[in-house]
Design a binder for this molecule. Structure first.
Ligand SMILES: Nc1nc2c(ncn2[C@@H]2O[C@H](COP(=O)(O)OP(=O)(O)OP(=O)(O)O)[C@@H](O)[C@H]2O)c(=O)[nH]1
Ligand SMILES: [Mg+2]
Length: 288
């Protein structure tokens, strides 16, 4: 599945409805457009800004103008990552069932295809099934996985992961975490501890803290991004399950309202189904 196909529902909710709106001679056209933009999950802030930008054009130019402004708005946040010293440690966090483990599998595949050596570590030690799932992904794509055991301390698994990555000369260490704990321990506290242990190990670790969110949950996903960012600091977001949802506009709200870059899009369940987020492509697919 490609991006254009994955965005089918989002596009029909967004672009088609805007086109319909533009076809009508509505005296309140701009406020109708603003309402529609907000309903498309792209956020109040971005919607207002976009509508204001339209005021300078005539209605016949609105559609093109919207596409241009959206691209502009998203590109503002596209920053290049600096040279990272290996192993690059990517910590994946998020509430249960959003797609963390699957994202790691797909991301590993993306890296291995690019010639990188990849190691997985499972910080989800609360379920034996979680370890098994990550091991299966490692086997499928040819990544290494460090053994961690049911009940082990996730922070110590992360610590051992870095040691193993250094010893084996690995380029990328991808760390999976739990979405729900079986103890009363707070998920955020646990994530903080993992980050602390990593940065004590080497100051620049982890280079990436990536929140995985489920695109089908819309505004709820935005709220999760805000809470995780406030609690542990995020370097990026992966928007999983973009295929089959009409709520893909949430990608724009995350960048614009929270200022967090969207790094990857999950567009299916197989190993090929993770793509880098490129603002121009995303907007183009949305307006196609
Ligand atoms: N359609 C679709 N399904 C996805 C995508 N990413 C993950 N899934 C599915 O979502 C379900 C949950 O994925 P997991 O990777 O197990 O989620 P998790 O966040 O690791 O879950 P926990 O470990 O229980 O917290 C699985 O059935 C995945 O196949 C995606 O981009 N598209
Ligand atoms: Mg998992």
């Amino acid at each position: 599945m490609g991006l254009t196909e994955a965005l089918t529902k989002t596009r029909s909710r967004f672009s088609n409805r805007i086109r319909n709106l533009l076809g009508k001679r509505d005296p309140n056209l701009l406020s109708e457009i603003e309402a529609l933009l907000i309903q498309s999950d792209i956020g109040v802030f971005a919607s207002e800004q976009l509508t204001n930008a339209l005021e300078r054009s005539s209605p016949s130019e609105y559609y093109q103008q919207l596409e241009k402004e959206l691209t502009h708005l998203l590109n503002l946040k596209n920053e290049e990552t600096q040279d990272q010293k290996p192993p690059v440690v990517e910590l994946y966090v998020g509430v249960n069932g959003v797609g963390k483990t699957t994202t790691i599998g797909k991301r590993g595949y993306m890296l291995i295809k690019g010639g990188e050596k990849v190691l997985f570590a499972s910080g989800d030690t609360y379920r034996t099934g979680a370890l098994q799932q990550l091991r299966q992904w490692a086997e499928e794509i040819g990544a290494d996985v460090i053994e961690s055991h049911y009940g082990a301390d996730p922070a110590s698994v992360a610590y051992d992961g870095v040691d193993a990555a250094l010893a084996r000369d690995v380029d990328y260490l991808l760390i999976d975490t739990a979405g729900r704990l079986h103890t009363k321990r707070n998920l955020m506290e646990e994530m903080k501890k993992i980050k602390r242990v990593l940065s004590n190990k080497r100051q620049d670790l982890p280079q990436e803290t990536i929140l995985v969110i489920d695109a089908t949950t819309g505004q709820n996903a935005l709220q999760q991004a805000k809470s995780f960012n406030d609690a542990i600091g995020l370097s990026g977001v992966t928007l999983a399950k973009l295929d089959g949802t009409a709520k893909g506009g949430i990608a724009i709200a995350i960048v614009k309202e929270l200022g967090i870059p969207v790094k990857f899009l999950g567009i299916g369940e197989s190993r090929e189904d993770l793509i880098p987020f490129i603002a121009d492509d995303f907007i183009k697919a949305l307006f196609e």
